[in-house]
Write a protein that binds this ligand. Structure first.
Ligand code: ATP
Ligand code: BTN
Length: 246
């Protein structure tokens, strides 16, 4: 049986709503909150996720981490690949993923994933996987997004209802989380290579003031980014790293 979900009108951030509920009492794995709009939608490192009222999807999934937070780096990758597969299954061409948390269509951002991790004083850990998917982004709102973006309704070969897409993407993400729990990232490596927008391409890594150049070699078994330079292949972990084309 599929885990429960709630649909809210306007929230600050659906991740924060799940966080509050998790404080109040135990939630079932996969429980989700969908919102119609967010007043404080978040990306990584304090960036904003533009979340107007209308026809987009903003939702967050509660997922316990029985082995603690050390295996959590792969969660956004597993969810990203699942969404890339789902969009491809809907007939969209040119879908790709960008490490560690974005899905693109023909080089334009359509989806962002934000994973928040929490631990209790008793040592129990859980994650909140927040997903923003543009379905129909009003042009005048999209104009404030400072990178190339698109929405699913501009890319779908045939119209689909929002409920249809919401149910499909949620089912894909829940199934990916289950697979990830059982098999780790091994279950996603092949698919990641298929969708990785930078595989074997020259990339630039931005870490605060520091910039590193190299060739992207995909991800390791924990989801760390592999970049090759003259010294060999190095691993980079999420957090402060931003990946760009060179
Ligand atoms: P990185 O994570 O590598 O730094 P990034 O610049 O895309 O990549 P994120 O934190 O992943 O940063 O995402 C936030 C960014 O996404 C915002 O700064 C903005 O450029 C873009 N963005 C915000 N809202 C939307 C939206 N609704 N659709 C597409 N892109 C958006
Ligand atoms: C990113 O690209 O950095 C991640 C963006 C994640 C946006 C989603 S929308 C639902 C959930 N609530 C938030 O505040 N952020 C995520």
């Amino acid at each position: 049986q599929s885990p429960g979900f709630e649909v809210k009108s306007v929230v600050d951030s659906s991740n924060d709503r799940v966080k509050e509920l998790a404080k109040e009492g135990p939630l079932e794995a996969g429980f989700s909150i969908f919102a119609e709009a967010q007043t404080a939608g978040r990306g990584r490192r304090g960036k904003k996720w533009i979340s107007p009222f209308g026809n987009n999807l903003y939702f967050s999934v509660y997922w316990p981490l029985d082995d603690g937070i050390h295996g959590a780096m792969g969660l956004s990758l597993a969810a990203g690949v699942a969404l890339a597969e789902c969009f491809t299954d809907l007939g969209i061409e040119g879908v790709s993923v960008k490490w560690p948390n974005d899905v693109y269509i023909s080089g334009k951002k359509v989806t962002g994933i934000l994973v928040d991790l929490e631990t209790s004083p008793e040592g129990a850990a859980h994650s909140i996987i927040g997903i923003g998917i543009n379905l129909t982004m009003p042009e005048h709102v999209g104009a404030s997004i400072d990178q190339a973006w698109t929405d699913l309704n501009s890319e779908l070969p045939e119209p689909r209802s929002r409920n249809h897409i919401a149910a499909r993407v949620r089912a894909s993400v829940l199934s990916a989380l289950q697979q990830y729990e059982q098999h780790g990232l091994a279950a996603f490596q092949q698919s990641w290579r298929r969708y990785d927008c930078f595989l074997d391409k020259p990339v630039k890594l931005i870490m605060g003031q520091r910039i590193c150049l190299g060739t992207c070699r995909g991800i390791d078994e924990n989801g760390a980014l592999l970049v090759e330079d003259e010294q060999g292949v190095r691993r980079y972990f999420g957090g402060e790293v931003s990946l760009r084309a060179q």
